[in-house]
Design a protein around this ligand. Structure first.
Ligand SMILES: *Cc1c(COP(=O)(O)O)cnc(C)c1O
Length: 434
């Protein structure tokens, strides 16, 4: 065993050497030191604001849908670890990857038949884009290499994904002239239940028609725009995209990395619209938050197109492709999800969030409260004071990670009603103090 380090030593070394998401070096705000986690609770190495444990309101960024330290997922990981944690995927294959791919094909919209296992969400989006560009190239239409998306989206932090993130965020200004230039429709009008707006629908159709010659694909997050602003839109717009893409010969990619595996109340958000994409990205909750893994699914038409081209292969192959450990846990996590009435659990959490977040509407500085499935959002009319909001939540015994003008929660599906209420109270406290 290495020499034990005190919490103070760990935090000092962290500050000195370790990058955190979207952080400067050295880090500005000290992170909380987590010692272990189980169920919906994160155990801190030392108490903060009088709390030794925090109820997790974030599911570790949408991923830990079954909570932490789950016996079923632990068993799957342990069992696979004793067989092999990894072998290369070039020229070799193994049961965990085959089983997982088959299962993803079985549970996803019917036309999706082929699975590329990638190591992170961003990489799965890179692969999706590569599939679409390569498809058109194979079909003798190499000019079709641009993407269309709507504003307010988020698709990851590597290059192609960045180019289709919301262009008004800092990244586009920072990387002007360096990022591929894509085509942006306006942000979809807000409201899951709102009837599709005709002027907006016409705008989408017009833009796709006008750029069809140069468009490889339309890529969007269906129903919920996550890290781009936590906003919800009518599934009707997805049907419009499907029609316009079919009419003009453009592929449709749904990025379900955040929405997949039940979060919005449907197993995949595309089901709200009853349409299937040509390519779909999955990640985040895929392994129940245990390990990094993502998947890009495509139709037989896309796969055939690529495989008949001048370069008749999909030119991508990460070192850790199909990682057996991650694949085994993913398969166990999906089994676990499907073995219970997950839809009922999401509905129960939705009701708890609606009830518990309603009082936030009366807090000064709150612009809107919205809930869909197991996602609750309080939007402020100002940039949130991260430090103050986080402190307020921690004081209530809850872990939240607000950003921009948003204080939001997407709890693990196993969160009990009392803990959902506690999370809501913490969101309200954060809104009051942030
Ligand atoms: C998180 C996210 C990504 C990026 O996934 P990483 O695993 O962080 O690379 C892409 N698209 C959406 C919709 C996401 O929420």
């Amino acid at each position: 065993m290495p020499e034990p380090l005190t919490p103070g030593e760990l935090l000092a070394l962290d500050r000195q050497h370790v990058w955190h998401p979207y952080g400067p070096m050295p880090g500005r705000a000290a992170p909380l030191l987590v010692e272990s986690a189980s169920g919906v609770r994160l155990r801190l190495a030392e108490p903060v604001e009088g709390q030794g444990e925090l109820v997790d309101g974030m599911s570790s960024w949408w991923s830990a849908v079954h909570g932490y330290n789950h016996p079923v997922l632990n068993d799957a990981a342990r069992g696979q670890l004793e067989r092999m944690s990894h072998v290369m995927f070039g020229g070799l294959t193994h049961e965990p990857a085959v089983r997982l791919a088959k299962r993803l094909v079985d549970i996803s919209p019917e036309p999706l038949q082929h699975v590329f296992l990638a190591d992170s969400g961003s990489v799965s989006v890179e692969v999706a884009v590569k599939m679409c560009l390569q498809y058109w190239r194979s079909l003798g239409k190499p000019r079709k290499q641009r993407l269309l998306t709507w504003r307010g989206g988020y698709h990851g932090d590597t290059w192609q994904p960045m180019s289709v993130c919301d262009p008004d965020g800092g990244m586009h200004e920072l990387w002007q002239g360096v990022l591929p230039r894509q085509i942006f429709a306006d942000t979809p009008p807000a409201g899951f239940d709102a009837a599709p707006d005709e002027a907006y629908t016409a705008h989408l159709r017009e833009l796709i028609g006008r750029h069809a010659e140069e468009l490889a694909a339309v890529i969007v997050e269906p129903v919920v725009q996550g890290a781009g602003g936590m906003s919800f839109h009518s599934p009707g717009y997805l049907r419009v995209l499907r029609e316009a893409c079919d009419e003009h010969g453009v592929l449709l990619v749904f990025d379900e990395i955040a929405t997949g595996f039940g979060r919005t109340g449907a197993l995949f958000a595309a089901e709200h619209a009853g349409v299937a994409p040509d390519v779909m990205c999955l990640g985040k909750a895929l392994t129940g938050g245990y390990l990094t893994l993502a998947a890009t699914l495509c139709t037989t038409a896309v796969a055939d197109g690529i495989s008949r081209g001048a370069l008749p292969v999909l030119a991508h192959g990460p070192t850790f492709m199909g990682n057996p450990l991650a694949a085994a846990v993913a398969d166990a996590s999906i089994s676990l999800l499907l073995s219970q009435d997950w839809g009922q659990e999401v509905k129960r959490i939705e009701a708890g969030l609606r009830n518990g977040l309603a009082p936030a509407a009366d807090i000064t500085g709150v612009r809107e409260v919205r809930v869909l499935g197991a996602i609750g959002v309080v939007q402020l009319d100002h940039e949130v004071d991260m430090a103050a909001a986080t402190r307020a939540a921690v004081r209530e015994g809850v872990w939240l990670r607000p950003f921009r003008d948003l204080i939001y929660t997407m709890p693990p599906y196993i969160t009990g009603d009392d803990d959902v209420a506690r999370i809501c109270a913490a969101v309200c406290a954060a809104a009051r103090e942030g």
